[in-house]
Design a protein around this ligand. Structure first.
Ligand code: FCB
Length: 442
């Protein structure tokens, strides 16, 4: 199968539906000497943290290749490009704007506008300035206010150039992976850290939404959350309970405060030192109205009861992508339907979905039929969710091009465009051609 298809009457094929591609600053830009260091620079420089001992100093050298990359995006025929802003590129250590960094992005945004491509701007995709981490990072409540100051300055500088803002990308990853289990920057470990970091991230989100409502009222303003739906290994009461706990801890911990101004009820079960420091008024700030919700979806996980009051996570079982995540598209349908039942949702955009596969470039082609199949199954799953009444307004492929995949370095390729890291040559994969054909045939 070399093409992607959807039923002719699918809402995904209507002209109002937005199809796009996504990237993130640290994963593609390089250009590290023209910005301040961030937590990922330091994490990469720590031996043993990145699978191939690599870093983001050059990455896809998008800092120098951005004009060609936007031409490439345009050639795919997409409606939108989701990019993220590097906070340490646009804000100096004293908290003021760095005009060189700002110009890098306004040039990109102007070029997107010229080509009629909607700009979906993520304001924080994990690259916290290192000097703020040195003062405690997201464990320090003040970081939420530093973040709001950055959002205030940059949203004024961008003026009307941005179609949509996302305050945060996946606060679960920043807080849990970064401060609780330490597999992401800044690499802190301890159950007493995760919820505290999460609370300050969510507070930053709420403050930023207030800023955006003032500075960018015409933009679609929201947040991007990742969901890994939780399934029980058996229907035993203990496994069902552990699975519900895992869902609250991993997924609803971010969703419920944003939508309803409350943490999941399991907060009462956590020992006092593991709870966030909630000040009066915080939850109201966090629950600002959203113009849309960004949902990132890749896989699901299975859970069972454990010896403590938490849960045990079972390793992924096949079929797997090259990063070892189970391919289970039905979970996307079930996730969206269940969110729609639990919450009063704003319009949903799937802001990331895609797969790492073992790609080979041969005779100038990458025949990634496995990735096309992943996209086909997930677009069908998304279509099925719309049949069950979920409003979905857009879909972004992760990723435009192969890039620095965090703790996996350059070993895992998620792009619909292949990147040769020696020559920086880009080659559209078969999946990129199929995605492009689907979009342009509407
Ligand atoms: C998501 C991240 C994105 C990318 C994909 C594979 O968690 O938002 O940057 O790494 O996973």
């Amino acid at each position: 199968m070399k093409q992607l298809s959807l039923p002719a009457n699918s809402p995904l094929l209507s002209k109002e539906f937005t199809f796009g591609v996504a990237t993130a600053s640290f994963q593609i830009e390089g250009g590290a000497d023209s910005r301040l260091p961030c937590i990922w620079d330091k994490f990469c420089a720590t031996p043993g943290k990145i699978a191939d001992n690599s870093n983001g100093l050059v990455a896809c050298d998008h800092y120098n290749n951005w004009a060609n990359d936007i031409e490439l995006i345009d050639s795919l025929g997409v409606d939108a490009y989701r990019l993220s802003i590097s906070w340490p590129r646009v804000i100096k250590a004293d908290g003021s704007l760095n005009p060189v960094g700002v110009k890098f992005y306004t040039d990109i945004l102007d070029e997107l506008a010229r080509r009629n491509i909607k700009a979906f701007v993520t304001l924080y995709h994990w690259d916290l300035p290192q000097h703020l981490e040195d003062k405690g990072g997201w464990l320090n409540r003040n970081t939420a206010f530093e973040y709001a100051n950055y959002v205030d300055l940059i949203s004024q500088a961008f003026a009307e150039r941005v179609y949509s803002y996302a305050t945060l990308n996946e606060p679960f990853c920043s807080s849990y992976l970064g401060y609780e289990i330490g597999v992401h920057a800044p690499g802190k470990v301890g159950r007493e850290f995760g919820r505290k970091a999460a609370h300050h991230l969510l507070l930053g989100h709420g403050l930023a939404m207030q800023v955006l409502a003032k500075n960018s009222p015409n933009a679609l303003n929201g947040i991007v959350l990742n969901f890994t739906p939780c399934y029980p290994v058996s229907q035993s009461e203990a496994d069902l309970k552990a699975t519900a706990f895992a869902d609250d801890y991993i997924n609803q911990w971010y969703m419920r405060p944003v939508m309803e101004g409350k943490y999941p009820d399991i907060i009462a079960q956590l020992p006092a030192e593991q709870r966030p420091d909630i000040h009066p008024g915080d939850m109201e700030i966090i629950a600002q109205p959203l113009d849309y919700l960004g949902v990132n979806f890749y896989t699901r996980l299975h859970y069972q009861a454990s010896d403590d009051d938490f849960y045990d996570e079972r390793p992924h079982q096949g079929p797997l992508t090259d990063i070892g995540w189970e391919i289970y598209p039905q979970a996307l349908t079930e996730l969206l339907v269940s969110l729609n039942e639990k919450y009063t949702l704003p319009p949903i955009y799937i802001t990331e979905n895609g797969a790492a596969m073992k790609d080979t470039l041969a005779n100038g082609e990458v025949n990634d039929l496995d990735r096309i199949s992943y996209y086909q199954q997930h677009l069908t799953a998304l279509h099925n969710a719309t049949l069950q009444g979920v409003r979905v307004d857009g879909y972004f492929a992760w990723s435009l091009m192969d890039n620095f995949e965090w703790a996996e370095g350059y070993l895992k390729r998620f792009g619909i465009v292949y990147v040769d890291y020696h020559t920086q040559q880009r080659t559209v994969k078969a999946s990129g051609l199929a995605y492009s054909n689907l979009i342009t045939s509407r």
